[in-house]
Design a binder for this molecule. Structure first.
Ligand code: SF4
Ligand code: SF4
Ligand code: SF4
Length: 355
């Protein structure tokens, strides 16, 4: 049956249109990809009652329930009231009565008020992973209330260490947990394990001085992964008390101009990350002349230019002493639009003498 459905309104309500008329998929936020397992019973009930019986792990770590009929959306929204209250309002301290910081009364039985700011994804981080430098989902829960609810689009990915399993390089704002380390030569027995680890698994900045049997470090490009400290049998490498963060900016997939993000901040403190992100709404509003439209965060950065982005995002932010900021960013998009490098072989330029 054909009907007049406001697709935009259902999308903002986090119900995504399917290829079948009148059938939608609900996407439920799971900030940082971690919630109490008790909610899985609820997901099962919803999938069996209103969905098609299946469940999908959303690519942005949402609970996705396909096969929901348009007429059932009000019942589904009423059912997820407690989930939204417990996960967003209580666990993440989100003020549901504001949109992008402006008062907007929320009807708790009406489901999600916005879809703009996408679910913050995270790897398991140091909650489980031996490489993890930070608790990724706790950071996600702190950031959730800064970016949600908002009609302005932003994708944030958090990775617990520079391995970047969660692909911080492929989103608007990728956050990577790092540490700085101090070397204590008096504890070092010159085994060279840290240098081997750095050589094989990181950036090859350590070497063993054969004369002194102590470690030399090229300060150019340590990524703060901590492989050296994990390998050291004598704790000669010591972590600083607090983690620091790298922010990778403007990465994306998509049909037009996919690209890897580039480094925006290095060695930023948690306070700096939070203060910078608090300026995201202001930046987005300015770029779009205070009229939100469906435009991905990376494209807003392109539209404003990195220099303007930097000016607004760092406004009022007090940087920690170690923090470094990219002076400029040189993006490198895939050239789908121009097909600059992709053409029939007979059109390729030839080197050397031609017939
Ligand atoms: S990014 Fe690091 S902390 Fe996260 S899962 Fe991968 S190795 Fe572990
Ligand atoms: S923290 Fe730095 S020195 Fe240590 S392994 Fe990683 S890149 Fe190398
Ligand atoms: S692993 Fe530790 S003890 Fe061995 S060389 Fe490195 S710092 Fe020294």
């Amino acid at each position: 049956m054909n009907r007049d459905i406001n697709i935009k309104a259902t999308r903002i309500n986090c119900f995504r249109q399917s290829k079948v008329d009148g059938i939608f998929m609900l996407q439920m936020r799971v900030p940082g990809g971690m919630v109490d397992a008790k909610y899985l019973e609820m997901i099962q009930y919803m999938a069996k009652t209103w969905g098609d019986g299946n469940f999908h792990f959303g690519t942005r770590q949402t609970f996705d329930i396909p096969g929901i009929k348009y007429d059932d959306i009000p019942a589904v929204n009423a059912y997820i009231e407690n989930y939204i209250k417990e996960v967003d309002a209580e666990m993440c301290d989100v003020d549901m009565n504001k949109i992008a910081g402006e008062p907007a009364e929320w009807d708790p039985s009406s489901g999600y008020p916005t879809i703009g700011a996408r679910n913050i994804t995270a790897c398991i981080g140091n909650y489980h992973c031996i490489c993890g430098n930070i608790n990724t989902f706790e950071l996600a829960r702190k950031l959730e209330k800064i970016i949600f609810p908002s009609h302005y689009h932003i994708k944030i990915n958090i990775a617990g260490c520079p391995n970047d399993c969660n692909k911080a390089h492929l989103c608007d704002f990728g956050i990577i947990g790092t540490y700085k380390f101090d070397y204590h030569p008096e504890r070092c027995i010159g085994c060279g394990l840290c240098a081997k680890k750095c050589e094989h698994g990181a950036t090859r900045v350590l070497s063993l001085d054969e004369g002194t049997a102590k470690i030399l470090k090229d300060p150019c490009c340590c990524v703060g992964c901590g492989e050296c400290a994990r390998a050291c049998p004598t704790s000669a490498w010591q972590r600083h008390p607090e983690p620091l963060y790298r922010v990778i900016l403007g990465g994306r997939t998509g049909r037009q101009t996919p690209r890897l993000g580039k480094m925006f901040l290095n060695w930023a403190s948690e306070d700096v990350i939070i203060a910078v992100l608090k300026n995201w709404q202001k930046f987005s509003a300015w770029v779009m002349d205070y009229k939100p439209e469906y435009l991905h965060g990376g494209h807003l950065i392109d539209r404003a230019g990195y220099k303007k982005f930097k000016e607004i995002m760092l406004d009022g932010v007090e940087l920690n002493p170690e923090c470094m900021v990219a002076e400029d960013i040189f993006w490198n998009e895939t050239e789908y639009r121009s097909n600059f490098n992709v053409k029939p072989i007979e059109m390729h330029h030839h080197a050397g003498p031609q017939d």
